[in-house]
Design a protein around this ligand. Structure first.
Ligand SMILES: [Zn+2]
Length: 353
C-alpha cells in the first residue's frame, strides 16, 4: 500500500511517499479501513517538524483525521460492515480504565492521538478498533468527512462541556479561520452565542462574516480590545477561545468580561503565558485547559454534521469547511499550504484508488 512516511523531522520535503506492506488482517474487534481522504491539522506540522516533549517513533505515518470504506472486519465486529463508509474518532484509548468506563476517553492515561502518539491515516489502509468507527454523516464526501474530526471534536468539547454556551454569550475566537476556529464559530452560532472573530487577512475576514461571525477584527489592526469593548457595551466577552498561546494571551485576557472564561487547547505561538493575576481574581475569571473530546462528544457532533449550506441559504447545523484538497503525491504542497497561514478551514489529502 502507499503511505506517507516521516523518517526524520524537518520541512515539507521530509514527507515521503512509500510503498509499505498492507496492515495485517483485522483481529477480534478490529476493522481494516480503506482510507479515501485524510485531513491535516496544525498537529501534523508539529509532528513533522519535531519539538521538545513530543516523542515520535520514526519512521512514522502521520494523519489524525480520516474517512474511508470498511474493507474487512475481524471476529465479533457488529457495529460496522464491509463496504460501509466511515469516519474515525481520531484517538485510541484503553476502554478499561476508570476514565474510559466513565465515557471520559480523552482523560485515558493510554490516550493516543492518531498521527501523533500512534500511526496515522495518511496511507491506503489502516486497522482500527471497531469502537473508533462511525458512519460517515449523510451527504458528506470522503474529503468532507476527513475535514472535521479532530478540530470540531476539540471545539465541541470546549464549548459544550468545559463551558456551556448560552444564547447572548459573546465569544471571542482568536485565529478563527483555523480548523478549531471555524468549528468554534459554527458551534457558538448553533447555541445562539454571538461571535467576534480575529483573522490576519481581508479574505479570511470576509469568509468569517459569511460563516456567521457578527464582527471580524483583523489582528494586524491593533483595534481588537477597543472593538470588543464597543460591541459588548464595555463589558468584554464572556468566553474567549484562544489556541495561539504566548502572542495573544494578555490581549485575550484584556477582552474577557467579569466572570469570563478563557479556553485554551494549544499554544501555537509559544507555550509560556504571562499575566497580571490581580485582574484574574478581581474579575472572578477562569482559565480553562482542554484537549480533544470524548466519544460521546464525537457522536453528538456527528448528529449535527451535514453538508455545507447552499450559497445564500440560512446557516444551520455544522458542516466541514474545506479550504483545498490535494492528491497523495502532493502531500508536501498540502503541508506548505497549511504553513502559509492563508488557510480557511481544512486542508485535505485525497487518496485516489
Ligand atoms: Zn482508558
Amino acid at each position: 500500500m502507499r503511505a506517507v512516511v516521516i523518517s526524520r523531522h524537518g520541512g515539507p520535503d521530509v514527507l515521503e511517499l512509500r510503498e509499505l506492506p498492507r496492515p495485517a488482517a483485522p483481529g477480534p474487534g478490529q476493522v481494516r479501513v480503506s482510507v479515501r481522504a485524510a485531513g491535516l491539522n496544525h498537529l501534523d506540522l508539529w509532528v513533522r517538524r519535531g519539538h521538545p516533549g513530543l516523542h515520535v517513533d520514526l519512521p512514522f505515518i502521520p494523519g489524525s483525521d480520516l474517512a474511508g470504506v470498511v474493507e474487512s472486519v475481524g471476529e465479533g465486529v457488529t457495529r460496522v460492515r464491509a463496504g460501509q463508509s466511515v469516519v474515525a474518532y481520531p484517538a485510541l484509548f484503553c476502554h478499561q480504565c476508570a476514565a474510559c468506563l466513565a465515557g471520559r476517553q480523552n482523560h485515558c492515561r493510554s490516550y493516543a492521538i492518531l498521527g501523533e502518539n500512534t500511526s496515522g491515516g495518511l496511507c491506503d489502509e489502516i486497522v482500527l478498533p471497531e469502537r473508533n468507527l462511525f458512519p460517515l454523516p449523510e451527504g458528506l464526501s470522503f474529503v468532507q468527512g476527513a475535514a472535521f474530526p479532530l478540530a470540531w471534536l476539540t471545539s465541541w468539547h470546549m464549548l459544550t462541556r468545559k463551558v456551556v454556551l448560552q444564547p447572548g454569550d459573546w465569544v471571542l475566537i482568536q485565529a478563527a479561520a483555523s480548523g478549531t476556529g471555524v468549528a468554534a464559530l459554527q458551534i457558538a452560532r448553533l447555541f445562539g452565542a454571538r461571535v467576534i472573530a480575529t483573522a490576519g487577512s481581508d479574505e479570511k475576514c470576509r469568509r468569517l462574516l459569511e460563516l456567521g461571525a457578527e464582527h471580524v477584527v483583523d489582528h494586524r489592526s491593533g483595534e481588537l480590545r477597543a472593538r470588543v469593548k464597543a460591541v459588548t457595551d464595555g463589558r468584554g466577552c464572556t468566553v474567549v477561545l484562544d489556541h495561539l498561546g504566548a502572542e495573544t494571551f494578555s490581549l485575550s485576557l484584556g477582552c474577557l468580561a467579569r466572570e469570563g472564561r478563557y479556553l485554551t487547547c494549544g499554544g501555537t505561538t509559544g507555550p509560556e503565558l504571562h499575566f497580571d493575576v490581580r485582574h484574574l481574581f478581581i474579575k472572578h475569571q477562569r482559565i480553562i485547559g482542554s484537549t480533544m473530546g470524548d466519544v460521546g462528544d464525537f457522536q453528538t457532533l456527528l448528529a449535527h454534521m451535514g453538508p455545507p449550506p447552499a450559497a445564500g441559504a440560512a446557516l444551520r447545523g455544522l458542516w466541514p469547511v474545506v479550504h483545498q484538497e490535494f492528491s497523495l503525491s502532493q502531500v508536501s504542497q498540502a503541508h506548505a499550504e497549511l504553513e502559509s497561514r492563508q488557510v480557511i478551514g481544512k486542508v485535505v489529502v485525497k487518496l485516489e484508488l
